[in-house]
Design a protein around this ligand. Structure first.
Ligand code: S3P
Length: 438
């Protein structure tokens, strides 16, 4: 939709979705391609770039740091790398908007620069925890200040960073990535050990830029001082965006639904395993299994789902998919129990509380627990949902229209543009009756 952004979706119930579609580029990979391209030597050509608000915030911040970036089409970007010492002091605070990935990765990237910088964001980002990154960066010798743990983050330039051997207390790809970016500027070999595997796009992409990154078990290491060489990056479709249509297909694609050219990095695809445990009919047709980031066409067909107990090991591998997974749980026969998912409380919204409130509003019985939810599958009626400005909550409840008996109105949906511009049009193309209202 062009013009004024929609603030509300009105979604009438429909029985089916079908066809073939492609989702826009991966958000995590688009952020990283810009940042690594920005500090590389030479040019990095990005295709399949996600031109969403979050990634455009990263793009604008890199320009403010002196990197020349040209957009040759909506999804094609040329980054003229400034080189590892080539970033310049920004004239003002860098505004990350709604983007948690941008602010946390920039904390790592800027911690070892010779100039001061300040990172800010929108109301949601200003509430999110930043000490998980600031603390280990301080152990490397960086000087950063947060406001009671939250943005604005002030970074004092000129610190000489030293290597770190750090075990992360939380499973977080953002923390891991921030530390790896800082490690590029630190003296010596740094290691980060994960409590559970998280998305490894930074490690894969650093290797593509010519940096040696070692992985032994749960430990990732790199040595500071390496130079990056610009390279072409083809961003695959975002699995986290495809997830809405994968669940839509499970609920309503009697004749099948295909999502083409989706990134299927195994650190991202936990949702497929969860849905299969529930009895979903999903077929993966690999396209480029050997690329830095594997891609596939995903074929889904409607089937009867049953409730499951979610294995905790799959939580970090499906962390962004829980809003729509909870909708699948509402459609399933029996109870679904999620535990060990306290990280959902510090996303763009408190996704446990906000999803529980929304599910109850459409007639689903569920119980909010400190680190999870218990959801009893059942009949879904229409109702009014407050998405609390959380893009993935808004899109998840649009998918619930496939199992609803009445119209679902979803408020505060403008932030869908942070990750998935074009969602309403694609949803309609697949068969949803979704109307946007200003
Ligand atoms: C991301 C990591 C995850 C995820 C976020 C994107 C990334 O956050 O939820 O949407 O690109 O590294 P955490 O590292 O906080 O788990």
């Amino acid at each position: 939709m062009s013009g004024a952004p929609a603030h509300r979706y009105v979604v009438r119930p429909v029985a089916s979705v079908q066809g073939q579609l492609r989702v826009p580029g991966d958000k995590s990979i688009s952020h990283r391609a810009l940042m690594l391209g920005g500090i590389a030597d030479g040019r990095t050509d990005i295709s399949g770039f996600l031109a969403s608000e979050d990634c455009l915030a990263t793009l604008a911040a890199l320009r403010a740091l002196g990197v020349r970036i040209e957009r040759t089409s909506e999804s094609a970007v040329q980054v003229y790398g400034a080189g590892r010492e080539g970033l310049c002091a920004p004239a003002a605070a860098l505004d990350m908007g709604n983007a948690g990935t941008a602010i946390r990765l920039f904390m790592g990237l800027l911690a070892g620069q010779p100039f001061d910088s300040t990172l800010i964001g929108d109301a949601s980002l200003m509430r999110r925890p930043m000490e998980r990154v600031a603390q280990p960066l301080r152990l490397m010798g960086a000087q950063l200040q947060t406001q009671q743990g939250r943005p604005p983050v002030q970074i004092r330039g000129g610190s000489h960073l030293h290597a770190i051997d750090y075990t992360m207390p939380v499973a977080s790809a953002q923390v891991k990535s921030a530390l790896l970016l800082a490690a590029l500027y630190a003296q010596g070999s740094s290691s980060v050990t994960e409590v559970a595997p998280t998305r490894d796009h930074t490690e894969r992409m650093l290797r593509g830029f010519g940096v040696e990154v070692l992985r032994e078990g749960m430990r990732v290491s790199l040595t500071g001082g390496a130079r990056l060489s610009g390279c072409p990056i083809d961003v695959p479709g975002d699995f986290s965006s495809a997830a809405f249509f994968i669940v839509a297909g499970c609920l309503g694609a009697a004749s099948g639904l295909t999502i083409r050219a989706v990134g299927v990095n195994p650190t991202r695809t936990g949702l497929l395993e969860l849905l299969r445990l529930m009895g979903a009919d999903i077929r993966i047709e690999p396209r480029s299994a050997h690329a830095a980031e594997p891609t596939a066409d995903i074929h889904v067909r409607a089937s009867a789902l049953r409730g499951i107990r979610v294995p905790e090991a799959l939580v970090p591998l499906s962390i962004d998919e829980f809003p729509v997974f909870f909708v699948a749980a509402a459609a399933a026969h029996g109870e679904t129990v999620v535990t060990g998912a306290e990280e959902l409380r510090v996303k763009e919204s408190d996704r446990l509380a906000v999803m529980a409130e929304g599910l109850k509003a459409i007639g689903i019985e569920c119980e909010l627990q400190p680190g999870g939810l218990r959801i009893q599958g059942g009949a879904v009626r229409g109702g009014r949902i407050d998405s609390h400005g959380d893009h993935r909550v808004a899109m998840a409840f649009a998918i619930a229209s496939l199992i609803a008996r009445g119209t679902i109105e979803i408020e505060d949906v403008a932030n869908v543009a942070t990750s998935f511009p074009g969602f309403p049009a694609l949803a309609r193309a697949a068969g949803l009756a979704l109307q946007e209202q200003a």
